[in-house]
Design a binder for this molecule. Structure first.
Ligand SMILES: Nc1ncnc2c1ncn2[C@@H]1O[C@H](COP(=O)(O)OP(=O)(O)OP(=O)(O)O)[C@@H](O)[C@H]1O
Ligand code: NI
Length: 314
């Protein structure tokens, strides 16, 4: 499988003004590395407020103006500059947004899916395509003329998915597509993602729902305090978790059945104070000599797996 996007050493911070002219940096994402291949679903798993949406917005080039972004992104072998992001956004790279509030309440569904066209021929072509995709996702012809408030939650979700697919994207970023959905709608949404991957689209699934991630992803990136601490194959989350590498991922996996498969709290970005050493130091039960003094790098174990832990360095 070919690499679609390689995100290397991305950091995102905000400049905050405290007491007049004093500034300080709030680092939300630190040194994030991740790659997605064609036809692959990679889930990034992190708790609420951990910076997942910011990562999506960084790839799309829609970060807020006060955000500082560093690091590199390569898309199909080409450096993903802000200019290129703008060109690809809504085209080769599309977003399934976190909220159905992204739909304009005052516009008929089909019109907002299509947006502007440069001439009649293009509009006709777009309408035909929109109808075909809606059909595929079980949205009948009368839905075209509905307003968002007339849609059920599940229908609105399907409209967002269809919208993301209208441009034949190569990379789809799904930002928390499952929270608040009933089990059937969750399954339906996951099936949509599987279908995309089967069509060779790369999918970045952003979620705090580990159960959903395990059902659909090929690989899972675990986010902790703004750091990716491990990227594992979905199959590693089985048995006793013996193939998982990072102490945090192992304990997370072991704890799952006991806490109803919910992510435990306590891995928000560390507001203001970035630890010198390992971000997991305080909670780790495999501490080594230098863990509180030096931050481990995210190192590759093989083509698919990475870990940030001194146990595996050297
Ligand atoms: N414009 C901003 N200015 C300053 N800080 C911000 C800004 N936007 C986001 N943040 C900070 O970045 C953090 C991460 O935000 P983000 O929306 O990416 O989290 P998330 O992981 O997507 O959360 P959720 O699961 O709730 O969607 C927030 O907790 C907040 O501290
Ligand atoms: Ni979010």
């Amino acid at each position: 499988m070919n690499d679609l996007i390689n995100v290397s050493n991305i950091s995102i911070s905000f400049t905050q003004y405290v007491k007049g002219l004093n500034q300080r940096e709030l680092e939300v994402i630190t040194d994030l590395t991740l790659d997605i291949k064609e036809g692959e679903i990679v889930a990034i798993l992190g708790s609420s407020g951990s910076g997942k949406s910011l990562l999506a917005h960084a790839i799309l080039g829609i970060l807020p103006h006060n955000a500082n972004l560093s690091g590199t992104m390569i898309y199909k072998g080409e450096v993903l500059t802000e200019e290129l992001k703008e060109k690809l956004r809504g085209d080769e790279i599309s977003l399934i947004p976190q909220s159905v509030n992204f739909l304009d309440p005052l516009m008929k569904v089909s019109n907002q899916v299509i947006m502007e066209s440069k001439d009649e021929a293009e509009e006709k072509e777009k309408r035909a395509k929109q109808r075909a995709i809606f059909e595929k996702y079980g949205l009948s012809e009368e839905v075209d003329n509905m307003y968002p408030f007339q849609l059920s939650g599940g229908m609105a979700r399907r409209v967002l998915v269809s919208t993301a697919l209208l441009s034949n994207p190569k990379l789809v970023i799904a930002d928390e597509p499952t929270p608040g959905l009933d089990e059937k709608s969750v399954e339906e949404t996951l099936n949509h993602l599987r279908q995309m991957a089967a069509d060779n689209v790369g999918v970045l699934l952003i979620t705090h729902d580990i159960v959903a991630a395990l059902k659909v992803a090929n690989r899972i990136a675990i986010f902790y305090s703004g750091y990716v601490i491990e990227i594992a194959n979905v199959d590693d989350f089985s048995g006793e978790g013996e193939n998982l590498l990072h102490p945090y991922t192992k304990s997370l996996f072991k704890a799952l059945p006991h806490n109803g498969f919910n992510l435990t709290k306590g891995h928000q970005p560390l507001h203001g104070e970035i630890p010198v050493g390992c971000p997991y130091y305080d909670r780790c039960n495999h501490k080594l000599e230098n863990c509180d003094k030096i931050r481990p790098n995210l190192i590759s174990i093989d083509e698919n797996k990475m870990v940030r832990c001194f146990k595996y360095e050297g």
